[in-house]
Design a binder for this molecule. Structure first.
Ligand code: ZN
Length: 86
């Protein structure tokens, strides 16, 4: 699930921005060069039964990915009201 095509598709879903805070993420060129600093995040964590399908994957900046931890996207957004789905 970490291949280039998957990452490009996931990044395109949020038009190059973090799903949670809307921060601009690295360009596809940077991604292609292996310099990305964003993560593929599971809306429902795999540990809670989430899938590796595209529907369950979003792009997340490093900071949101770190603070989200093992929460579902819904729980994370509820606990961080300054965040909104773009
Ligand atoms: Zn973020």
């Amino acid at each position: 699930m970490n291949d280039f095509l998957t990452r490009a598709l996931v990044l395109a879903k949020t038009r190059g921005r973090c799903f949670y805070c809307g921060a601009a993420l690295n360009s596809r060129l940077e991604v292609a060069m292996g310099k990305e600093d964003w993560h593929i995040d599971h809306i429902v964590p795999v540990s809670l039964g989430g899938s590796d399908g595209l529907d369950n994957l979003v792009a997340s900046c490093a900071e949101c990915n770190r603070s989200k931890g093992n929460l579902t996207a819904e729980e994370f957004i509820r606990r961080a009201p300054h965040l909104s789905i773009s």
